[in-house]
Ligand binder design. Structure first.
Ligand SMILES: [Zn+2]
Length: 89
């Protein structure tokens, strides 16, 4: 059974989809609306993969193909991590 991540109540109902097609949930006990942790985990895993590919000097287009993320998302991610850009060989 699904649990609310804020109050751990099991009184949680499905509540439509996000624009990206992920299932949204509404907790009837504390009232928060949220998506599952699975969506956040998937995003974090992809971002970690981008960081790794970047260290291997994979091109931005190559990263887009391998991760399925858009190139603009990847560029935004790389700009947030300037330290990764300065790694010496
Ligand atoms: Zn709750």
């Amino acid at each position: 059974m699904l649990r609310c991540k804020k109050c751990s109540s099991t009184n949680v109902k499905k509540n439509g989809l996000t624009a990206a097609g992920r299932q949204k949930y509404h907790c009837k006990t504390c009232g928060i609306h949220t998506t599952t942790d699975a969506a956040a985990r998937e995003r974090a895993a992809k971002e970690a993969l981008v960081d790794k590919l970047h260290l291997e000097r994979v091109s931005q287009r190559g990263m887009a193909r391998l991760t399925g993320m858009s190139r603009s998302t990847i560029i935004k991610r790389l700009k947030k991590r300037p330290s990764a850009r300065l790694v010496q060989r």
